[in-house]
Each structure stands twice: as structure tokens, then as C-alpha cells.
Design a binder for this molecule. Structure first.
Ligand code: G6P
Length: 470
């Protein structure tokens, strides 16, 4: 199947740079995808000549594939060449919701709750077959698109088998795999049925190089490979800590639409000298939003001096709503926020301003206003919010940061670090963050912003490419 024509650089991920929505008149509009993976890869830009292979995620995406023949209109993608695969809906759903989001995501973020989960039964095996078919579809598309000796960068837990499958089809290629999540510690990883654990590891080890966001996740992967398979074979292991894109953020955050949102948020905050605690997340179990709210509640209860003087801007945007556990979690977040407002609110003060409608401009406005950023995931591959807020906060914000976020490795020294399960300690950290003397806060924020932008997305991508070709 090898060809002399074709792309020299390819990227593969489940979610592509854009997804489509159909308007009332039947026209399709492209929207930029969300999440850390897309933020990182979007910066690769058309000038690298990379072809990005991704999956259609909705009926509107499938319609766009039908209309374009699978090669999206560059006008929709900012010039990026994108090949979107129309994988049969049931196969995609079982692979994405069933295996990737309900099994592999849960394993790497250690989210299972014994005694009810997980159960690896017949349904799981059916979904696993779809996951294999989905990975095979990517491997075949990449094999068909790649020039002789091309570099192929395969992303994340959706595509753990594709590297091995692609290697079998095209031994000439240089294949990299990148994990945007944590990697589970070996005892937790071995929750997976033995044959599945082996397939996942062997699939990734089909790559020439497997890379991670932090040394901690890379070490966990190596330990899994050692204990389950006896080693990592010839695959090299690398670490690339994706940083924030300061240039893009600064430009984007000072456009008129953001200024407008900023004015609206100031009204919601009320009072001119109120402080803000800001969080922006997908409504995701691993982000630990409920414990964050409970910590804020504890702050107001235990330190009444903050009542009327602080507002928590909590932005929790819908995610993976096809899964019941995410829908329930979304309800729980709204309930806890409402309870806090009922308990402490006054006619002139709303303690928690919860926004659930995804609005990037409003997120940027909140970043600019932040006195404190709250980033308390129970586990997170990196967490780009922790890196983005210090870049934009106009008064130099303090960062309350979970030690279980990948970003802790780079930002831990200047953040107020918390055990994410400990709501009392998190409340205390919020108090400390709100109380930092200005000079200290500003100095820390400067160092946080410098560390956060050390490896911007484009450099992050080019470093991987360089290592793969080197
Ligand atoms: C976050 C994670 C990525 C993951 C992405 C998928 O950004 O950091 O590891 O690939 O979510 O999210 P999605 O909305 O596509 O399920």
C-alpha cells in the first residue's frame, strides 16, 4: 500500500480541529473543537503540511464528509488539511463512549467506584470489537495517506491500537503515539482484563516512540509495560509538557467580544472590590468540580470575613452528555452551587456564579478577572487552564492547584498545592490564595506565566516531530 506520493506528516485523533453544525437553512458551519488535545494540535498550522485524520463525531459531521468527500474545505479549517473519517455510527459510539470514555478514561483517571464498576462482560467484549474496528479504520486511512517514510503522530487513548496496526500495514513509517491523559499506576491498570491490558500496551508499543505530558505518566506506562509484557521493547519513551499559547491567548482575549463579556461578568460580581475565584472546566468527573464547590462553601462557613467579599465564577461546560454518569454529575454541580447560593447569598451578593453554556470568550474574560484560579482535579494529564489563567489575569492571580494535575510538575513551586480530596485543606488554600500579599501574588503569577508558556503548542508539536525523525 505504500506510495511515493502522499503526506510527509500526519496527525490522527478522534476529535478533529472542527466539528459541524447545520443551520436552519441547511448550511453547515464549522466550529473549533474543545479540550486540551485540540488546543495543542490546532497550533500546528497549515505550514507544517500535516494532514490531520479525525473521525466524524455527529450526524452533521457525517453530512460534511458526504459533501466534501472526506477532505474538509480548508476555508473551514483555517487552511489545515483535514481528512474526516465516516466510521459507522454504532462502531464509533461503542469505541468512543463504550471503551474510550467509559473504560480507558476511567482507568487512567482512576474513576471507578467499586462495588458497582467496572464489569467486564459480553457487552464490554462487543464494544471492544468496535474499538478494534475503529482503530483499524484509522490505521488503514493513515496507511493510504502517508508518503514513504512519513511521520505519523497518533493521539490518545482512543487510538491505542492504531500504532501497532499501522506498523503491520506500513513498516516504512515513523510512528509516534502521544497520551494526553495520565497513565494509570500498574495495580489500577490491571483492572483491565489481561488480554485487553496486553493489547493496549502492545498497540502503543507498535510506535517508534510513545510520549506523555509528564515524567510521572511516562514512568507509570513503563512500569505497566515492564510488569505486563516484560518491557517496552524498542519503543522510545518521551515527555513533552504542553504549554499555553501566550501569543494566541493575549490577542484573542483583548477582542471586543471578550471586553463585552468582561463587563457583563463585572455586573454579576457586583461590588467594586470583590475578589474572584475562577474555575473553567468541562463538566468532567475527574475535574472534581463538586469538591471544589464544597471547599468554597467551607471557606464561607469557616471564614465569614469572606462573605460578600468574594465571588466564585464557576464555568462548567457540558461534556460527554451521552453518558448517564456525566449527566448526573452535571445535575449535582448545579445543585451544590444552588445550595451555596441559598445558604449564603444576600440580595446584593451571589456567592457562586455558575455558567454552563460553553463560551470561550466568556472564559477568557473570567481569566482576565481572576484573583484566584481553582484547578483541583482528582487526576489530569496536564490541565491547560492552570497554565492559561496566569497568562491573562490582569492583577496577577494566585493558583490553587491539585498535586494530581500534570501541570503540578511545572507549576507546583509557585502554586498553593492541594490534595484534591481534602475539601478543608482546599478551603484553607483558597483563603491563603485570597490573602497573599499583592507583591508576593504578582511575583508568583509572573513565574507561573513563564513556566506555563515554556513549551507552546507549536514547539511542543515540532519537538515530537524532530524526535521521531531524529
Ligand atoms: C481532554 C483530554 C484529552 C481528550 C479530550 C477528549 O482534552 O485532555 O485527552 O482527548 O479531552 O475530549 P472529547 O470531548 O473529545 O471526548
Amino acid at each position: 500500500m505504500s506510495s511515493t506520493q502522499g503526506a510527509q506528516v500526519l496527525v490522527a485523533s478522534n476529535r478533529g480541529p472542527v466539528s459541524y453544525v447545520t443551520g436552519a437553512d441547511g448550511s453547515l458551519t464549522a466550529r473549533r473543537g474543545g479540550g486540551g488535545l485540540v488546543s495543542g494540535l490546532s497550533a500546528i498550522g497549515p505550514d507544517t503540511d500535516a494532514v490531520w485524520v479525525c473521525a466524524a463525531l455527529s450526524e452533521d459531521d457525517r453530512e460534511a464528509v458526504r459533501r466534501s468527500g472526506g477532505r474538509l474545505d480548508p476555508a473551514d479549517t483555517g487552511g489545515q488539511s483535514v481528512r474526516m473519517l465516516d466510521i459507522a455510527p454504532q462502531v464509533h459510539t461503542e469505541a468512543y463512549n463504550g471503551i474510550a470514555n467509559s473504560v480507558l478514561w476511567f482507568v487512567h483517571h482512576m474513576l471507578y467506584q467499586t462495588p458497582l464498576e467496572p464489569v467486564f462482560d459480553e457487552d464490554f467484549r462487543t464494544q471492544w470489537a468496535s474499538y478494534e474496528a475503529y482503530n483499524q479504520a484509522f490505521a488503514e486511512a493513515l496507511a493510504a495517506e502517508a508518503a514513504e517514510g512519513a511521520a505519523v503522530l497518533i493521539q490518545d487513548y482512543h487510538l491505542t491500537l492504531a500504532p501497532g496496526m499501522l506498523r503491520a500495514l506500513r513498516p516504512d513509517l515513523r510512528i509516534g503515539h502521544f497520551s494526553h491523559t495520565p497513565w494509570a499506576p500498574v495495580d489500577y491498570f490491571r483492572i483491565l482484563p489481561d488480554d485487553i491490558a496486553e493489547k493496549v500496551l502492545r498497540g502503543i508499543l507498535g510506535a517508534d516512540r510513545a510520549a506523555f505530558l509528564t515524567r510521572r505518566w511516562a514512568d507509570a506506562f513503563e512500569e505497566c509495560a515492564r510488569r505486563v509484557l516484560g518491557g517496552t521493547g524498542n519503543t522510545r519513551i518521551g515527555v513533552h509538557g504542553l504549554g499555553a499559547d501566550a501569543e494566541f491567548l493575549r490577542e484573542r482575549a483583548h477582542r471586543p467580544d471578550v471586553d463585552e463579556r468582561l463587563a457583563a461578568l463585572r455586573e454579576q460580581i457586583g461590588g467594586t472590590d470583590r475578589r474572584t475565584v475562577v474555575r473553567v472546566d468541562r463538566t468532567e468527573l475527574s475535574k472534581n468540580i463538586v469538591r471544589g464547590l464544597l471547599a468554597y462553601r467551607h471557606l464561607l462557613a469557616a471564614r465569614p470575613e469572606w462573605r460578600e467579599r468574594v465571588v466564585h465564577l464557576a464555568f462548567a461546560y457540558p461534556s460527554r452528555q451521552d453518558l448517564a454518569v456525566y449527566r448526573d454529575y452535571t445535575d449535582e454541580v448545579a445543585r451544590v452551587a444552588a445550595d451555596i447560593n441559598a445558604e449564603f447569598g444576600t440580595p446584593t451578593w451571589t456567592p457562586v456564579v455558575l455558567h454552563v453554556k460553553d463560551d470561550f470568550s466568556r472564559s477568557l474574560a473570567a481569566y482576565r478577572l481572576a484573583d484566584v484560579a481553582l484547578v483541583n482535579p482528582v487526576r489530569d494529564g496536564m490541565n491547560l487552564v492552570a497554565k492559561e489563567v496566569p497568562v491573562l489575569a490582569e492583577q496577577g492571580c494566585a493558583l490553587v492547584l491539585s498535586r494530581e494535575a500534570g501541570a503540578y510538575e511545572e507549576l507546583g513551586e509557585d502554586a498553593l498545592v492541594v490534595n484534591p480530596y481534602d475539601v478543608i485543606a482546599t478551603a484553607e488554600a483558597l483563603h491563603e490564595a485570597l490573602s497573599l500579599p499583592e507583591a508576593d501574588r504578582v511575583a508568583r503569577a509572573g513565574r507561573l506565566a513563564a513556566a506555563a508558556t515554556a513549551l507552546p503548542p507549536k514547539e511542543w508539536f515540532l519537538a515530537q516531530l524532530g524526535e521521531l525523525r531524529g
